[in-house]
Design a protein around this ligand. Structure first.
Ligand code: HEM
Ligand code: HEM
Length: 178
């Protein structure tokens, strides 16, 4: 496969702002200093959006697994090709592991998760060790996600401005590589 089709490009560009926004939202909840009673509806929104994003993430990652990755636009040193593949795999894993760890945290928190009044996911039980472990996972996977994203975006800009190859343009317009 030499390029990304329209479905792949839509998947990429719909997921990108949504997951970046959810990371920002989560870090705001954790470190923004919002006081507790006011914070509760924000946490409820974060959980509901996260559950919906799990659905979208399953589709997005499943589609990539079925289609495979496009070949690099230009021939790259082998370390760069390996780094690119590894970072894409970490990003795809994060798309699933972030909402999954959040959901496990919620399932064992003792509180139900209401998804915008559409449906409610009841808690299985209140088990602090499980919800605590899922919370740690949610936190450290988020850090890994952000670090990988930083490299990912820097690499996209480098390909476009320094290497002047079609990597970014192909993800935007899907033009086949020459
Ligand atoms: C605004 C920021 C972003 C830019 C400029 C950007 C740019 C790109 C480009 C140019 C590619 C193609 C790489 C290639 O052909 O080898 C790509 C692929 C990819 N990007 Fe991003 N990206 C951004 C944000 C994100 C975010 C937030 C995620 C995760 C939620 C993500 C996940 C991926 C994945 C998994 C791939 C591999 C192909 C695919 O499955 O879509 N990207 N990105
Ligand atoms: C798209 C998926 C998601 C992303 C990117 C995301 C991101 C984050 C981030 C970055 C944090 C802060 C972590 C920290 O440093 O402590 C956080 C906190 C949290 N997330 Fe998520 N999350 C997602 C999905 C979910 C889901 C599905 C749930 C539950 C159903 C959830 C529940 C929570 C809770 C309860 C907190 C703690 C809030 C607080 O500190 O008071 N998240 N999330």
């Amino acid at each position: 496969m030499t390029t990304y089709n329209l479905t792949s490009r839509l998947n990429h560009w719909i997921a990108a702002p949504l997951f970046i926004a959810m990371l920002g939202f989560g870090f705001y909840l954790a470190y923004g200093g919002a006081p507790m009673p006011e914070k509760l509806p924000m946490i409820a929104n974060h959980k509901a959006m996260g559950v919906l994003l799990l659905g979208f993430g399953l589709w997005r990652v499943g589609y990539r697994i079925k289609q495979g990755f496009a070949l690099p636009v230009a021939s790259l040193p082998s370390w760069q090709e390996a780094a690119s593949r590894a970072s894409h795999v970490i990003l795809l894993a994060s798309i699933l592991l972030m909402p999954l760890s959040g959901l496990i945290m919620a399932l064992f928190s003792g509180f139900p998760t209401d998804v915008f009044g559409l449906f409610t996911i009841p808690a299985i039980d209140k088990v602090d060790t499980v919800s605590g472990a899922a919370r740690m996972a949610h936190k450290y996977i988020a850090y890994a996600f952000v670090l990988t994203l930083g490299v990912h975006v820097a690499a996209a800009i480098k390909h476009h401005i320094i290497d002047k190859d079609g990597t970014l343009v192909r993800m935007l317009k899907g033009l086949p590589t020459p």
